[in-house]
Design a protein around this ligand. Structure first.
Ligand code: MG
Length: 296
């Protein structure tokens, strides 16, 4: 399937478009997915058994509690490896990282960082060192499928979807695999509100917004990204779009404020400027850049 063509073919039905990140923004699934699915599989497939405590601290910091929260899973591995190497326990216990050369080359040249692209690259290049990363990612998907059920959207999500319905085009902009996104949006009967679900197979979030809006006549102040991570903000800014943050740890309040004030401001043109700046200020304070563990 040509994922980019799919985004470009999305038809413009309204003057406004709202793009929603899914994990940690619409659904409170970040802790569940990372702690029960991603991290155990990371320790297993990357040979981190001897430093499991530190590997877990690093994994959670990178993917949940810092400015890289919500990054693509393969980028998360790269960031976690870099941070793990700085920890004395990792060095003292003689643990070594897997061979990452081919993996880093792949990260540097591919934007559709998902299993299909990785599998195709392994097939084409014969790089056996990449197999470990695909096996890890496949196990994560399997764990998510088994584990993640019955996690309702945050209160306020349905009100926003209903209020925007008929006024704005809506889409999901995520770095989660498509099959999980489709399952989770359908489970809660919200898939009917969105025209398009874009996942990691479609490329980066910046690309999702760009390909879905470019050349279609949306004014910049009529494009809104809703997300819980700095990467979501970066995707909005790269497209000169507006950004509504769902602040980690204050998700319920963020959605309540969005229902009360944010969405109305988006439609009446008073979102940009002071209101946007105050939202970004609160968001920036919510996640640290550097860890605070004793050996940092
Ligand atoms: Mg998120």
């Amino acid at each position: 399937m040509d994922f980019v063509a799919e985004l470009r073919d999305m038809s413009k039905k309204h003057d406004y478009i709202v793009c929603f990140d899914s994990d940690g923004c619409v659904f409170d699934t970040m802790e569940l997915k990372h702690k029960e699915c991603f991290c155990p599989a990371f320790i297993k497939h990357m040979g981190m058994q001897a430093v499991s405590k530190y590997a877990r601290e690093v994994w959670d910091f990178v993917n949940l509690y810092s400015k890289t929260r919500g990054c693509n899973r393969f980028m998360g591995v790269q960031y976690a490896f870099a941070m793990l190497q700085t920890r004395p326990a990792f060095r003292d216990r003689g643990v070594t990282l897997p061979d990452c050369r081919a993996f880093e080359d792949w990260l540097a040249c591919e934007t559709k960082l998902g299993n299909p692209a990785l599998a195709a690259h392994i097939e084409a290049s014969g790089e056996t060192s990449l197999k470990r990363f695909l096996d890890w990612s496949s196990e994560v998907n399997q764990r998510v499928e088994e584990m993640v059920h019955g996690v309702a959207p945050f209160p306020g999500v349905r009100e926003i979807l209903a209020q925007a319905d008929g006024k704005a085009d809506m889409m999901v902009v995520s770095q989660t695999p498509l099959e999980a996104l489709a399952r989770e949006w359908k489970e809660h009967e919200m898939d009917g509100y969105v025209q398009m679900i874009a996942g990691q197979e479609h490329g980066t979030k910046t690309e999702h917004i760009r390909f879905a809006t470019e050349g279609k006549g949306y004014a910049k102040q009529c494009i809104l990204m809703v997300g819980d991570a700095p990467g979501d903000l970066a995707a909005a800014q790269a497209n000169q779009a507006l950004f509504y943050p769902i602040v980690p740890g204050q998700e319920e309040q963020s959605w309540a404020d969005f229902v009360q004030e944010g969405l109305g401001r988006f439609f009446d043109g008073s979102f940009a400027g002071e209101y946007q700046a105050s939202l970004l200020h609160a968001f920036d304070k919510s996640l640290p850049e550097k860890p605070s563990w004793p050996d940092a």
